[in-house]
Design a protein around this ligand. Structure first.
Ligand SMILES: C[S@@+](CC[C@H](N)C(=O)[O-])C[C@H]1O[C@@H](n2cnc3c(N)ncnc32)[C@H](O)[C@@H]1O
Length: 196
């Protein structure tokens, strides 16, 4: 599991790019959400989780601590379709949803055949780009190793060919006109797209 602080300096990024919203797909145990809520005062946070037990557990911990975190239950593609049109101002998207429940032992990595649930990054980006002018937004996408092999700090993922994706051309297609795209090989790999 990757942590947003290993991909970018959240405080510097938010200041430089006038970020007022943080949108996370895949709440998990809330580590990245907690980091952002603690580091950036008054940022408007939305986090989306597919598995009810995971969302409830994290909400019970973080909800009382941070009034600015909005917790959403559902598949990232469905929640983003509702949420994205309501966002105003620069947004940092942390796209980190994959394999519902598997990282927490609640399901296996092959539990979901539907790719838009199992590895929803492509449909998430398509949804965001179709509903918003993304030219001033920052995108940080976790787990590059789901999509390709490389010199990752935590090694390649042996399940990639069966359960993962095939390259990141879809990211270039959607973002390369408006964003500079870079890869990081720390942890399990990140793709970082900043406005040009
Ligand atoms: C790696 S964990 C998230 C960690 C968290 N983002 C952090 O940085 O602290 C991935 C989470 O995504 C959730 N998830 C997987 N597929 C999803 C989907 N299609 N929609 C929403 N959440 C999803 C999983 O259940 C899991 O809790």
């Amino acid at each position: 599991m990757g942590h947003i602080s290993r991909a970018i300096d959240v405080v510097k990024t938010c200041a430089r790019d006038n970020i007022v919203n943080f949108v996370e797909t895949g709440t998990g145990d809330g580590s990245s959400c907690r980091h952002v809520a603690g580091a950036v005062k008054n940022i408007n946070i939305h986090t989306i989780e597919y598995v009810p037990e995971i969302l409830e557990k994290t909400k019970a911990v973080l909800g009382p601590l941070y009034a600015n975190i909005n917790f959403h239950l559902g598949s990232s593609k469905d929640v983003l379709a509702e949420l994205v049109p309501t966002l105003r101002g620069g947004t940092l998207f942390w796209l980190d949803a994959h394999f519902p429940g598997a990282d927490y032992g609640l399901a296996s990595y092959d539990s979901f055949e539907d790719k838009t649930i199992r590895i929803p990054l492509e449909v998430e980006l398509e949804t965001i780009c179709s509903l918003r002018d993304i030219s001033k937004d920052v995108f940080v996408m976790d787990d590059l190793r789901i999509y390709e092999d490389g010199p990752f700090e935590e090694g390649n993922w042996t399940g990639r060919k069966i359960l993962g994706g095939v390259g990141i051309d879809f990211i270039r297609k959607l973002l390369e006109i408006t964003h500079n795209i870079e890869k990081s090989y720390s942890q399990q790999g990140f793709i970082i797209a900043r406005p040009k």
